[in-house]
Write a protein that binds this ligand. Structure first.
Ligand code: AMP
Ligand code: MG
Length: 324
């Protein structure tokens, strides 16, 4: 035993040869967007198998958490509003619990009960018509995270007001990225990243490199990152111009209006779900309160660009530039 140990320490043990890893990229459509998986694997077969499992995980999360699918667990929970506590899956409970956390942190700026408002603004984009004050009032009344009650011990969720609608569009993609990354890790592939356009989760760096090269929003700035989440929120493609004002698909639950500051926010956070929730939260809070919130949170950095009197302004948390 001792002799064997000494030999090993001298480096003469015959360990199994490590296979060199190559980069593989995959793309599929899920959650209404293109999802990219980039990973390092020892063989194409291993890469295919793991990517297939990661996409299956994302599809399962979408089937559970989409507000577009009437049969999703989320839609069924919305349909039960006003009928008392409902049993929910651990996954949905996890995302709803995180949502309530960000709602509390932001004084209600982040709110997954915004379903009515979001639908109102989806219609406004389609019909290019400002929602009426009456429609806005009704939708605001149906919004409010205090009327979403969670009981982790009983594993239930309750929408206390009949007619409330949940919308996880600001957080579910980040969660899906985290879960997909975890699936890849279970297949032994930890050098990977999963990207849903706005939000991504990064695993270990590519072999022999310090991290993944990630571009900040639409800038030329490149960050080298690993083991974290990155998310960008903004109205670059989902907006409507009414009376010369540009309204974003992100709404301020306190006014019921789509945001008009033309913001672009990129957040770095310990995981994809936090980054996703926070990029939306910071958008609603605006530059001053939003960046202050990011600064107070451990492991979180943010970059933001917005318009003031027609002029573009940029600001970041102090630690953001140190990430370069
Ligand atoms: P993201 O692209 O992650 O910023 O998410 C934007 C999506 O989140 C919107 O399309 C809505 O579905 C939803 N949403 C809009 N406003 C809010 C809000 N104040 N809190 C939570 N979700 C929101
Ligand atoms: Mg988000």
């Amino acid at each position: 035993m001792r002799a064997a140990l000494v030999l090993c320490l001298l480096g003469s043990c015959s360990l199994p040869e490590e296979q060199p890893l190559s980069e593989y990229k995959f793309t599929e459509s899920h959650m209404g967007t293109k999802v990219g998986v980039t990973l390092y694997a020892p063989s194409p077969e291993k890469a295919d198998e793991a990517a297939h499992a990661a996409f299956a995980e994302i599809a399962a999360i979408d089937a559970r958490m989409s507000d577009y699918k009437p049969e999703s667990e989320l839609s069924r929970l919305s349909a039960s509003a006003g009928s008392g506590p409902q049993k929910v899956s651990l996954e949905l409970l996890e995302v709803l619990t995180a949502s309530q956390h960000y709602s509390e942190l932001s004084g209600g700026a982040f709110d997954v009960t915004v379903g009515h408002l979001v639908r109102l603004w989806r219609r406004a984009r389609k019909e290019r018509r400002m929602p009426s004050p009456e429609e806005l009032r009704t939708a605001i009344v149906m919004t409010g995270s205090k009327n979403l009650r969670l009981d982790p011990a009983a594993r239930t969720a309750e929408l206390a007001k009949s007619g409330m609608i949940l919308d996880l569009g600001a957080i579910a993609k980040g969660y899906a990225c985290d879960r997909a990354l975890a699936v890849l890790a279970r297949h032994g592939l930890t050098s990977a990243f999963v990207d849903t356009g706005g939000g991504m989760a990064l695993g270990d760096p590519p072999p022999g490199r310090p991290g993944w090269r990630i571009r900040v929003a639409d800038t030329e700035q490149i960050l080298v990152l690993s083991r974290c989440g990155v998310s960008t929120s903004g109205d670059w493609d989902q907006f409507v111009i009414l009376d010369g004002k540009r309204y974003s698909h992100i709404v301020d639950p306190s006014t019921g209006l789509g945001l008009t500051r033309r913001e672009l926010v990129t957040v770095l956070a310990p995981d994809g779900m936090s980054a996703d929730a926070l990029s939306t939260t910071i958008s609603v809070l605006g530059p001053e309160r939003g960046l202050r919130l990011a600064e107070d949170l451990p492991g979180v950095e943010a970059w933001m660009r917005w318009e003031e009197a027609g002029r573009p302004c940029t600001a970041t948390t102090p630690g953001f530039t140190r990430k370069k």
